[in-house]
Design a protein around this ligand. Sequence first.
Ligand SMILES: Cc1cc2nc3c(=O)[nH]c(=O)nc-3n(C[C@H](O)[C@H](O)[C@H](O)COP(=O)(O)O)c2cc1C
Length: 335
Amino acid sequence: MAFSWKDLKRPILALAPMAGYTDTAYRQLIKGIEPRVICFTEFTSADGIVHNSKMTLKQLDFNPNEERPLVAQIFGKRPENFATAAKVIEDMGIDALDINMGCPAKKVVSSDHGSALLKDPCKAMAIVEATVKATKLPVSVKTRIGTNELDLPWFIQFCKDLESAGAQLITIHGRTAKQMYLGKANWDAIYEIKRHVSIPVIGNGDIKNVKDAQEKLGNLDGVMVGRGTMGNPWVMAEIAAAFNGEDYTAPQTYKEKLPTYIRHAELLVQYKGEEHGMKEMRKHFVHLIRGFDGASEARAQVVQISTLEEAKTVLYGLLDRIPDTPARETLAYFN
Ligand SMILES: Cc1cc2nc3c(=O)[nH]c(=O)nc-3n(C[C@H](O)[C@H](O)[C@H](O)COP(=O)(O)O)c2cc1C
């Protein structure tokens, strides 16, 4: 059956698109722990897809047996390129398409991509319309609550226009683009949008644990979690269990968590080769040890790992230095 946001069981639990993180290995790691999560790809260039860029298309690698339903997120500024990219994505067998209207990174905004589209609503709507027209896949939008500051009446209209243009779901990160990751996400603004549109709304920003997810859900259709999964992919299983009234006990100690990260490394090496894969894996290992006593001393060693064998030696070697107690809860910081 074709994927549809409308028909998904509520509350929806989504893995946030995160460039440099949520590749196929990360998504398989998450889905292996909690199959009910809806995964988004890293943002992928519509222009790159149109130009058949090998690097761009590689970003859309996925495992159809493990990751469904998968949402491909694309960014760009040319409606015609979104339309072409949508067809390519549909032909790849991906289940849904999401348009990035939230990325605040300088490089992205200066090319009029990502959150720059909030400044050009006509273009934003033209992009949604062109994409919806080009594909049978459900099209959604992920955005922030504004560029420089929140102007709620304006933002409500923006979201209503997205709905009229054919968006079937909106995900809102409760910060402005200017805030990057500073301050706290404003969930009240997200709840207010939900009152004004008929399509489903997913809220996003600062969920670290089950309690955050339960408290922030409010009137929304679901929540999206990004940084909270770094070093703690099990948070998704904890949240899904709580949403469904089930019990779930997550691994707590370094010793309990380590085998999953070795598995993650093996997956990443399988997709990206040992040299590239292990370089990328270093940051995931840093997240794994974050919050444990002894992490700062271990970090220097972890960021030098370059082979799978070395990873096993170094990381299992740390068992002597990292106490068998739970990690302190922290959220990775990205400004
Ligand atoms: C390293 C990193 C990369 C990100 N890449 C993307 C991206 O490609 N597309 C996107 O829409 N948002 C991206 N985001 C934003 C996240 O999807 C999410 O909106 C944000 O991190 C807030 O949620 P959180 O507090 O649960 O992390 C990225 C965030 C981080 C930290």
